[in-house]
Design a protein around this ligand. Structure first.
Ligand code: 13P
Length: 248
């Protein structure tokens, strides 16, 4: 069974009423390859609005959620709330959540488990920092991050992994197709050994980190790169070209 190509835009803490209309404009205009699953991660305050305005072939995702349905957790949103407004996806464990907000592997795994139990699909992010890569620790780090999640979940059918090397995020320093493919292949092999060969075969692994209209085609050729998680370029019309990386 082939893995459906999946492209996510992560708007991060960007966008206002005016620029969101522009993004909606180029998404509506496309044309967007129909074989690709397309998701945009929207700041929570605009999530309901954008979800109602997106064209039918693009779905919205929350960029974060907490690990319980409700309660005294000021500033947080829950999977139940995300589902209540009709959104079915959430991004969890982004490197900015890990490194700016101090989220641990343990917390991220708990969030993944709760989001899945609640009925959301998740994009679970992993990736090494520059000093970890330079110390030859890339696989140790991404395997440990993946293990923390794998230990707490049982159903992988609504899980997409996003490999985002931290040194490539927002830096213009994209991983080469070979560097990305190497880690994706190692992750798939880890899943095969530690979860199951079937989960390894079926789970999609997106690449994220300075993906642009100019470098997406080459990356998309790699056998274990099943899509992209795009930051800066998802705010611009070139996002359409990234969605279409495999076709034109
Ligand atoms: P950039 O595409 O801006 O490097 O961001 C990548 C990212 O963090 C997507 O989640």
């Amino acid at each position: 069974m082939g893995r459906r190509f999946i492209v996510g835009g992560n708007w991060k803490m960007n966008g206002d009423k005016k620029s969101i209309e522009e993004i909606l404009g180029f998404l509506r205009q496309g044309p967007l390859d129909e074989s690709v699953e397309i998701i945009v991660g929207v700041p929570a305050i605009y999530l309901d609005y954008v979800n109602q305005k997106l064209p039918g072939n693009v779905v919205a995702a929350a960029q974060n959620c907490y690990k319980v349905p409700k309660g005294a957790f000021t500033g947080e949103i829950s999977p139940a709330m995300i589902l209540d407004i009709g959104v079915k996806w959430v991004i969890i464990g982004h490197s900015e959540r890990r490194n700016v907000f101090g989220e641990t592997d343990e917390l991220i795994a708990e969030k993944c488990a709760h989001a899945l139990e609640s009925g959301l699909s998740i994009i679970a992010c992993i990736g090494e920092k520059l000093e970890e890569r330079e110390a030859g620790r890339t696989t140790d780090v991404v395997f440990a991050q993946t293990k923390a999640i794998a230990d707490k979940i049982t159903d992988w059918s609504r899980v997409v992994l996003a490999y985002e090397p931290v040194w490539a995020i927002g830096t213009g320093k994209t991983a080469t197709p070979q560097q990305a493919q190497e880690v994706h292949q190692q992750l798939r092999s880890w899943l095969s050994t530690n979860v199951s060969p079937q989960v390894a075969e079926q789970t999609r692994i997106m690449y994220g980190g300075s993906v642009t209209g100019a470098n997406c085609k080459e990356l998309a050729q790699e056998a274990d790169i099943d899509g992209f998680l795009v930051g800066g370029a998802s705010l611009k019309p070139e996002f359409v070209n990234i969605v279409n990386a495999r076709v034109c």
